[in-house]
Write a protein that binds this ligand. Structure first.
Ligand code: 5GP
Ligand code: ZN
Length: 113
């Protein structure tokens, strides 16, 4: 499968890794949109959040547990952060492996166009 993030998981493309356990990978976004900008992904490939089904409940929980743990261990949780997932064309999705942007390190603007 020709998926950029799956290649990162397999170690075929280098990443600036910030978190890894048996089910989740976290790494720095190559084009940061905030002082701190990380991407958290499950090691199991799905295209985006609307491809998640009841069978992926555990997978989703593992990603959010990883984000919680990472934020608490890296000075993000205290001042807060934002989690964003883009889905499809209007959502601005460009990589089709479900991922969660973790943004923080500074106050963020509101959502918008
Ligand atoms: P999306 O646009 O699908 O919501 O998010 C994809 C994200 O992946 C973008 O923020 C983009 O900067 C990031 N990205 C794309 N290619 C690479 C890469 O090769 N390395 C890293 N670390 N991030 C990437
Ligand atoms: Zn993938």
């Amino acid at each position: 499968m020709d998926c950029l993030f799956c290649k990162m998981i397999k170690g075929e493309i280098p990443v600036d890794k910030v978190f890894e356990n048996e089910s989740v990978l976290g790494f720095r976004d190559i084009h940061p949109q905030a002082k701190d900008h990380f991407l958290f992904i499950s090691k199991l490939h799905t295209e985006n959040i609307n491809h998640l089904t009841d069978t992926h409940t555990e997978q989703l929980g593992e990603v959010f547990s990883a984000i919680k743990l990472f934020s608490e261990n890296n000075d993000l949780a205290g001042d807060g952060f934002r989690v964003v997932t883009n889905m499809g064309k209007n959502g601005g999705q460009t990589v089709f492996h479900t991922h969660f942007h973790v943004l923080g390190g500074e106050p963020l603007g509101r959502f918008g166009r």
